[in-house]
Design a protein around this ligand. Structure first.
Ligand SMILES: [Zn+2]
Length: 62
């Protein structure tokens, strides 16, 4: 019982999707949802400050 499969909810359609290397569109369920999410980001003009992302990266790299 060593197989460990992680499931996440697609950020776009909230559909359960396997989060693994076999899913090229993770964490999305499909290419369609991934492209839709990218389109939303572009339309909203990246409201989330970049500084927050940099802090998260620093914590992960320690
Ligand atoms: Zn989806």
């Amino acid at each position: 019982m060593s197989a460990k499969i992680t499931f996440v909810n697609c950020p776009q359609c909230n559909h359960g999707v396997e989060y693994s290397l076999s899913n090229a569109f993770r964490p999305f369920c499909s290419e369609r949802c991934r492209l839709m999410d990218l389109g939303q980001w572009a339309n909203e003009g990246y409201k989330i400050p970049v500084e927050t992302n940099l802090e998260d990266l620093n914590e992960d790299s320690i």
